[in-house]
Design a protein around this ligand. Sequence first.
Ligand code: ADP
Ligand code: MG
Length: 697
Amino acid sequence: MGELSELFAPGRVAVVGATEREGSVGRAIMDNLVSDFAGEVVPVNPNYDEVLGLPCVPDVGDADADLAVVVVPPKIAVEAVRRAGEAGVRNVVVITAGFGETGAAGANRERDLTEVADEYDLNLVGPNSLGIMSTPNGMNATFGPENAEPGSMSFMSQSGAFITAVLDWANDEGIGFKDVVSLGNKAVLDEADFVRAWGDDPDTDVVIGYLEGIEHGRDFIDAAREVTRDTPIVLVKSGRTDAGAQAASSHTGTIAGSEQAYETGFDQAGVIRANSVQELFDSAQMLANQPLPESDDVAVVTNAGGPGVMSTDAVGESGLSMASFSEETLETFGETLPEEGNIYNPVDIVGDADNDRFREALDVALADENVGTALVLSCPTAVLDYEELAEATVDLREKHGKPVAACFMGGERVDEAASVLQEAGIPNYFDPSRAIEALDALRRYREIAGREYDEPTEFDVERERAREILESVRGRDDNRLGVEAMDLLSAYGIETPAGEIVDSATDAETVAEEIDGPVVMKIVSPDILHKSDIGGVKVGVADEDVYDAYEDLVTRARNYQPDAAILGVQVQEMVDLDAGVETIVGMNRDPQFGPLLMFGLGGIFVEVLEDTTFRVAPVSEREAREMTEEIKTAPLLRGARGRDPVDREGVVETIQRLSQLVADFPAILELDINPLVATPDGVRAVDVRLTVDPDEL
Ligand code: ADP
Ligand code: MG
């Protein structure tokens, strides 16, 4: 597993701050390490000659260790890590708390720690970590009460307490792990590093995690995309609801909160996001222990009609579908099942079914080429032995190489059978919908593993010209630009209608005369965010009305805000809205994931309709196209109700060009093109609004 293999498989572990003092963290770690660890444990403490019978050395430099676990008080922890670095130890776990999580002094200390780690190129976990475990060599370098059982899932958690709770429960359930990491403050190693390491680890079948936040979102996406080709990642992230959207001045900023960024980022990364701890483990166990299905079609074999219906409902709510059996299967069921049964899916083999009938029916269903996966769904009866059914289920899964979920309903009666199933990596659930949800994780992963990722297209653009336009924000206290920055879009090859900004009614007439037909006139003022809200947009102005329209727009702006700065009035070519669709293409910069692109149905009711979709930029052509396909009103673009389809490729290209613009200029904090009018003849950006951070230019 590359860089981090020694972290999890060290030959010698030094415990810096080891002690026998009861109730101390140093003692707990020593106890945990000496209990099962296959390597050597070296206590480090200048005050003792030995700890728990092991010879103690005064300095980590004397320990000749591959991994140093640091538990000394915060004031001397950074120095201890430096000593480890000097002594050539490459891997360090800092258990000590009192760093970034505790205010200014702690934050400084954490900065020092990061510097030391950089200087010595350390693989550093923590600080403020519960520690790490690795089951192949029995290493428990944590101060938790429980050691992990061996298994093929590797688990990272931003909460150490959650690890202790999970292990206590998992040990009862017979769920095991390969590696466990308490991430702590993630001063050096973070989730992306562990995802990469476990992706390369032949002993890790599934990566699971509990995260509270991700600091370098794009790095995480890139790491996860690599890994999910053959190792599934299932994550729970807490904080699902936005604690109040930030103060945004664009439509995109208002709609695209940080929760949106996570959802989008995880999805683009190919992470399976679990909504609860239960879903996390249900999905992960399925993925760790079962083969991937070849199709999403489920066969349900049951001795109980009612639960059979429940399972059909659950399939309907998932991304799976009920398999339609082949003629041959139906014929066999017709011959072998009692008349009052049901030969169609869900197959009802009736309440008097014994083990033989159950086994045969499941065998026939799994043999059907139309069946991708099966659910064994059963209620207890006097003629059925649950343990025997469990064994048959395990055998038949092996025989057919198809994933199987179990739903043996009942209480105590199920216990023995459930252990047989669990042993074979088939968790038993009481609730059919839970079993179906777990199977659905296999479908989700199959889709992810089959994804293709392309590089973003690079367009020829006028980057310098764009920079100059962005520079014009200097000196504005609100850092905002409006239609006066329309040329920014042209510089990146995004089409805009002909138009000019003028500061007198007569100039407005001159410009209008140059443009064929009636024009659109808009007030241009940094103090007026949404022009139509104050009647600041006039559509379809005839040449003879241009003069009055100019005066009227300025009067409206003055009435709205007497001291509003008015840059003038934009006189713009009219775009044929009747033949077109108003869309929005926008961006909001997320602190974790960077530029989050939005596409949706545009116009002045964007927030009301909220028919939008998102991607973290930069996007490939494929991703841009997907965006235009997945909004609810996509049929409008394809030409609903006899209308001509609009230039969808033009929309796809605009999304990509905007993606390039916001990737090129981190100074652009948020941006809306609203509307981007898409007609059968092409696309036109008729309005733009953006916020720029001049310090980033
Ligand atoms: P704002 O969003 O500040 O209110 P816009 O420039 O987006 O101002 O104009 C508001 C609406 O006016 C647009 O959603 C569109 O329906 C219409 N509109 C604006 N410019 C044009 C144009 N050039 N051609 C046709 N309709 C336009
Ligand atoms: Mg607008």
